[in-house]
Design a protein around this ligand. Structure first.
Ligand SMILES: *Cc1c(COP(=O)(O)O)cnc(C)c1O
Length: 323
């Protein structure tokens, strides 16, 4: 891959302009309790309070808004069981663009209903028998739709980078920035934002302990593929990094840490009890790695992205009760 294929800080700035007045400029919260426990000064960027309940809205909206008018009219297609699908459906509706979403037939009823509620056409597939990427590509070819993948896409990465860009605008220079890591869209976008606004800032990605393909990929210098990891962090059950996200993380990430499911629940409990925030398991990855000491933060100014808050209440309660 040519370096010029990769998005850069200019793309993040363009995304910020497209998202101005559309995406929420989410709050940055602090906690003396968390600072005392870690010996650091922590700034939590609350993307659980973003439109659609996760940072995914940023990349989805940016990618659709960046399409030329004729491609927009034809419509977009996305495959995802989670936050990306809902973000595409939501952003497409705001932009008046038809959206087709490929979802597993056993996806939670609430997620199917939410996607349809945003006006998206849902195409169901069997997650044990069908290849969703192939279905997405076929629909794109047959219907002339633009396929917007969940992370390995220039405008998606640039859009996700606007969260860290806003955070840095608000806090000034940071020593460390921590983002959760699935396919790497958010972490790669964070690298781009930090390279421009905070050179020298160490950007960390955090993935579930059960699925450390990202860490292994950086260590081995190639994209490592794994089986679907068994973890409560359902937004980070990706099996491999993307080509673009891998290239950016390889160049710019300080490291990749992991967090156990137990550490995720501890972090979720902390946010609920002490900061009155509902954070979904995947959304707690970055904070869990900071709290558990997996990332060196003592004495440093640290940005931590809380990536999402989409967890239904019954599951949230069950996780916190340890059942
Ligand atoms: C998608 C998602 C992630 C993982 O993001 P990537 O860009 O795939 O690394 C993390 N947290 C939440 C809440 C998500 O929806």
């Amino acid at each position: 891959m040519d370096r010029s294929d990769l998005p850069d800080a200019t793309d993040v700035a363009a995304a910020a302009a497209r998202l101005a007045g559309v995406a929420h400029r989410t709050p940055v919260l602090t906690s003396r309790t968390a600072d005392a426990a870690t010996g650091a000064t922590l700034f939590f960027k609350c993307e659980n309070l973003q439109r659609g309940g996760a940072f995914k809205f940023r990349g989805a909206y940016n990618a659709i808004a960046a399409l030329p008018a004729d491609r927009r009219r034809a419509g977009v297609v996305a495959y995802s069981s989670g936050n990306h699908a809902q973000a595409i459906a939501y952003a497409a509706r705001l932009l008046g663009v038809p959206a087709t979403i490929v979802m597993p037939q056993d996806a939670p009823a609430a997620k199917l209903a939410a996607t349809r509620g945003y006006g998206g056409e849902v195409v169901l597939y069997d997650r044990y028998a069908d290849d969703r990427e192939a279905i997405g590509r076929r629909l794109a070819a047959e219907r002339g739709l633009s396929l917007i993948p969940p992370y390995d896409h220039r405008d998606v990465i640039a859009g996700q980078g606007t969260a860290a860009r806003e955070l840095l605008e608000e806090t000034g220079p940071l020593d460390v920035l921590v983002a959760c890591l699935g396919g790497g869209g958010l972490a790669a976008g964070t690298v781009l934002a930090a390279e421009a606004a905070a050179p020298g800032c160490a950007v960390w990605g955090v993935e579930p302990e059960a699925g450390d393909d990202g860490r292994r990929s950086l260590a081995e210098g190639r994209i490592v593929h794994i089986d679907v990891p068994k973890t409560i962090a359902d937004g980070a059950q990706t099996q491999h990094l993307g080509e673009l996200t891998f290239a950016i993380l390889r160049r710019g990430a300080a490291g990749i840490a992991t967090a156990s499911d137990a550490a995720l629940v501890d972090a979720m409990r902390f946010f609920a009890e002490r900061m009155k925030l509902v954070v979904e398991p995947t959304g707690a990855l970055a904070a869990a790695a900071v709290f558990s000491g997996a990332i060196p933060v003592r004495g440093k100014r640290v940005g931590v992205i809380l990536s999402g808050g989409n967890v239904d209440v019954a599951r949230f309660a069950a996780l916190l009760q340890g059942s």
